[in-house]
Design a protein around this ligand. Structure first.
Ligand code: IPD
Length: 271
């Protein structure tokens, strides 16, 4: 049976589930953490917590909305795909897994609800600090009760730009060349290690803009909505939707100059 729901209702479910999930991740970190497996490369790690947290999220969603589809970083698409008009939940149990492994306080549970391919609700909760960002489509972006607006910076040369690197060494080499050519033209670069949180920081102007090639749907879904609802333009190159080829999240005044630079540097190219 297909049962959709208003974005606010989906957000309330997402918040409850993400808070419990973040509590589990926090507890498991305190108990000690180690690598359970590697994925795409030897540095792309999975901890027992990534799996346990995603399992907990799946179980919690199944209890309240058993008919919905899911897409998760660790367990994939589950048994069902998204039905027309139905809800699909997109889960990153721990975004910033390497930070989590090293005890760096920049990792998050990210949970979004999508209806007909459009993200309508999302929450990102920092596992270490408890900071929580939320958004619904058309309902604004919020952190801890405060409505968010992005940076008003208009000069790319004054912009603090966050980015990230994939796990494939050849991709990283290309990404490093892009950064090397970009950094003389911006205030500075930040590589903090969790894409969902980077997007949330951009949503409140704690960085001015963000870009990255290679994001998966679970890295982008909730944070992308938070950034969009805070006024950033979130797209790929040449008007394409944001996705694995490239995500650019920039305030309107910075978007064109950043886009032009990234296009010239072939930021969506390489392996
Ligand atoms: C990674 C982080 C990182 C980004 C990578 C992502 P994970 O997600 O978001 O900041 O640069 O592209 O894969 O592996 O920690 O969930």
């Amino acid at each position: 049976m297909i049962r959709t729901a208003p974005p606010q209702e989906l957000l309330e479910i997402a918040i409850d589930v993400a808070r419990d999930a973040a509590a589990t991740a926090h507890r498991m970190r305190a108990e000690g953490v180690s690598v359970a497996a590697t994925k795409s490369t030897a540095t792309d790690v999975v901890t027992a917590a990534d799996r346990a947290v995603e399992r907990q999220v799946l179980d919690a969603l199944r209890r309240v909305r058993p008919e919905d589809a899911v897409l998760g970083e660790e367990y994939g698409a589950g048994e069902t795909g998204p039905a027309a008009g139905g809800v699909r939940w997109i889960i990153d149990p721990i975004d910033g897994t390497v930070n989590y492994l090293y005890g760096l306080p920049y990792c998050a549970v990210s949970l979004a609800a999508e209806v007909d391919g459009r993200v309508v609700a999302g929450v990102v909760r920092n596992v270490a600090t408890g900071e929580e960002w939320t958004a619904t489509a058309g309902g604004g972006a919020w952190r801890d009760g405060e409505r968010l607006g992005c940076s008003t910076e208009t000069d790319l040369g004054q912009a603090l730009v966050a980015t990230g690197f994939g796990y494939d060494p050849r991709r990283r080499a290309h990404q490093a060349r892009v950064v090397a050519e970009l950094i003389p033209h911006v205030r500075d670069i930040r590589r903090m290690g969790a894409a969902a949180l980077d997007l949330c920081l951009a949503a409140e102007g704690r960085v001015d803009a963000y870009y990255e090639k290679g994001l998966a749907a679970w890295d982008l879904a909730a944070g992308g909505l938070v950034a969009t609802e805070a006024g950033l333009r979130v797209t790929g190159l040449d008007g394409r939707p944001a996705g694995p080829d490239l995500v650019i999240a920039a305030p309107p005044a910075l978007f064109e100059p950043l886009h032009t630079r990234l296009a010239a540097l072939d930021a969506s190219g390489g392996p």
